[in-house]
Design a protein around this ligand. Structure first.
Ligand SMILES: [Zn+2]
Length: 299
């Protein structure tokens, strides 16, 4: 299929029955949401992730489905609960009747993430209730294309990747991003889980990684190895900062990420906290105190 454009949205076919709707221009531009993948044929499809609940991505998805001949949407799969992935799910379900499925650990978080509080001009919007769950190893099929569920916690506790054995494409959601490293924010994010999930990806015969943000990754194994090496390097830098006397995330961030933009400092601080929690579980650092007062030192 040729490239389709809708304002700045584009779509392309990555393999037979695998359609990639690029919603995010870059890994950092998430104004319309994350990328969407449609798997299947002119009779039935499964839609993976749904971008934000906004007219532009919703119209783009609807237009693309129309171009495929309006196949039955048999399921809407969510990689995880974050609203740039789950926001459009309720609207797509209303339009197609498809059930929304995600890992059981994400189901309550989807409801939380999609609920909108009332404002002066808008009534409250209740959170999206999912219709069913998926589990690690489960295989779903749409139009003859198999989709294997791979539970990959780390960015979120019930985050799932989806592996397409026929093409070797690995849809990584926010576990692996094109041109960026994913964020890990406690309490929902876990650095230990993330590293384990990344390592697990290496076992799959991947031909390419299809991330939810940023460009396609054509050298999947080398890319995941590089991400793991980058994490190990960061961990060493955090340990070095502790040895140099920094005892709180803010000080460690200032040392490890010296020229960071102001708006990214909070994110980096949570990232460092997730590394400290991992190192504490491994017995390599110790924490004293609670909350804002919590201080860390090498074990
Ligand atoms: Zn996310």
């Amino acid at each position: 299929m040729s490239e389709t454009r809708w304002p700045r949205l584009k779509a392309r076919t990555l393999a037979p029955g695998v359609h990639w709707l690029e919603i995010a221009d870059s890994a950092w531009d998430t104004s319309l949401g994350a990328h969407v993948v449609i798997v299947g044929d002119s009779h039935e499809v499964i839609v993976i992730d749904t971008a934000y609940d906004l007219d532009a991505p919703a119209g783009f998805i609807a237009g693309y489905l129309a171009g495929l001949g309006n196949p039955a949407v048999t399921a809407i799969l969510l990689t995880h609960h974050h609203r740039d992935h789950s926001g459009g799910a309720a609207r797509l379900r209303a339009a197609t009747g498809a059930p929304i499925l995600c890992h059981p650990l994400e189901a309550p978080l989807v409801a939380e993430a999609t609920a909108i509080e009332a404002t002066d001009d808008q009534p409250a919007v209740p959170g999206t209730t999912v219709d069913g769950t998926i589990e690690d190893g489960q295989v779903l099929t749409a139009g003859g294309v198999a989709i294997q569920v791979v539970h990959t916690p780390g960015h979120a506790p019930g985050h799932c990747c989806f592996f397409l054995p026929a093409s070797g494409l690995m849809l990584t959601g926010d576990l692996v991003l094109g041109n960026a490293t994913t964020s890990v924010s406690p309490p929902h994010g876990s650095m230990e889980d993330l590293l384990r999930s990344l390592t697990r990806l290496l076992d799959f015969p991947m031909t390419a990684i299809v991330p939810a943000h940023g460009p396609l990754i054509r050298d999947p194994h080398a890319n995941v190895q590089a991400v793991l090496a980058h994490r190990r390097e960061r961990e060493e830098q955090v340990l070095a900062a502790l040895r140099a006397g920094d005892d709180q995330p803010a000080a460690i961030v200032a040392r490890v990420y010296p020229d960071l933009e102001e708006k990214l400092i909070e994110l980096a601080s949570r990232q460092v906290t997730s590394m400290l929690i991992k190192l504490a579980r491994e017995g390599r650092v110790v924490a004293a105190g609670e909350g804002e007062e919590r201080r860390w030192r090498p074990a």
